[in-house]
Ligand binder design. Structure first.
Ligand code: MEV
Length: 335
């Protein structure tokens, strides 16, 4: 039996603008995970899936269009196993405690765990770059134009600076036509000087990321200069957040997170419920708070100092959060 676990993800800053070649920072969330078990099944039975959380059972032969089935076919082609005409006989069980469509990378985490578990079980080597690329291709197929940040942070399992354009500079305006779909993204580990405590408040409202991403694309087409200016402003905030993390300046970090939320509100991707949680966190003592991920539902995050954790959690629950997760980000040293 092979068992593989992949973490969820949290976008600290830069969501949406990252689709348009500005940088973003993302963190792995090891408290909530997707897990895949693979065992050999009887000869000739093909590939069977179980997803007990979703009360689903299916086979690859019956449901080849299912995202998990399609990903497995893609993997087998990639490693050259399906080409000999005989797919392996496997029983795959997928479980996850990451809320679906909640902004915490549920789809990318399941896909990553699936690829890693099957490749390990079949003794095929997949680098984390391979895993990240295969997950990205599957997300593109099902979700349109993802930036690639979710699959990258989950495959790398460390805090990252991510930018689709390696030419990004906060002091140089990006040409409005540049959408580097084919370019290699610029990925770097980031320096975090001291531990960070984040609370994640879940609105309980499920929102598929592609919906606000599509809305931003349409609005940008109508008001290109306005949206490009918002993306530039977010890029500058993300650059300053990176510096605040490296200096361990929590007060500055909190203000910059607030600033990022304001820019996301102006982009039209927040919601009444997200704003309520963000306000409640700030009023109860958080150093800063913002929505995280696609918006219109899903989750927000609040930067808190340890003595404030209880009161901010309580305030988030009182303001409508259906769940509050606490995560501690450990300091890192290498850049
Ligand atoms: C989703 O986690 C983050 C977005 O920026 C979309 C993307 O980057 O693909 C909203």
């Amino acid at each position: 039996m092979t068992v593989v676990t992949s973490p969820g993800k949290l976008i600290l800053c830069g969501e949406h603008a990252v689709v348009y070649d500005r940088p973003a920072i993302a963190l792995p969330l090891t408290q909530i995970c997707a897990q895949v078990h693979v065992v050999d099944s009887p000869y000739g039975s093909g590939i069977m899936f179980d997803a007990p959380n979703l009360q689903r059972h299916w086979t690859l032969a019956e449901e080849p269009e299912d995202p998990a089935s399609a990903l497995v076919v893609h993997l087998l082609e990639h490693v050259g196993i399906a080409r000999n005409g005989k797919t392996p006989d496997l029983h795959i069980t997928i479980t996850s405690d990451i809320p679906v469509a909640g902004g915490l990378g549920s789809g990318a985490a399941v896909a990553t765990a699936l690829l890693r578990a099957i490749s390990t079980h079949l003794d095929c080597t997949l680098s984390r770059e391979d895993v990240s690329k295969l997950v990205y291709e599957s997300e593109r197929h099902f979700h349109g134009t993802p930036s690639g940040i979710d699959n990258t942070v989950i495959a790398y399992e460390q805090p990252i600076w991510f930018c689709r354009s390696s030419a990004y500079s906060p002091w140089r305006t990006i040409p409005t036509q540049s959408m580097s779909a084919s370019a290699e993204p610029h990925i770097q580990p980031i320096v975090i000087a001291g531990p960070l405590t984040l609370l994640i408040g879940d609105t309980g409202i499920r929102s598929e990321t592609r919906l606000p991403v599509d809305a931003v694309r349409q609005r940008r087409e109508r008001q290109i200069l306005h949206y490009e200016a918002l993306f530039d402003a977010i890029g500058a905030v993300v650059t300053r957040i990176r510096a605040a993390l490296a200096e361990g300046n929590l007060a500055a970090l909190g203000l910059l997170l607030n600033n990022n939320h304001l820019l996301l509100q102006q982009m039209g991707v927040s919601s009444t419920e997200l704003d309520q949680l963000v306000d409640a966190a700030r009023e109860s003592g958080a150093l800063g708070a913002k929505l995280s991920g696609g918006g219109w539902g899903g989750v927000m995050l609040a930067l808190v100092e340890l003595p404030q954790v209880k009161q901010v959690s309580k305030a988030l629950l009182a303001a409508g959060a259906v769940q509050v997760y606490q995560t501690q980000i450990a300091p890192t040293t290498k850049s």
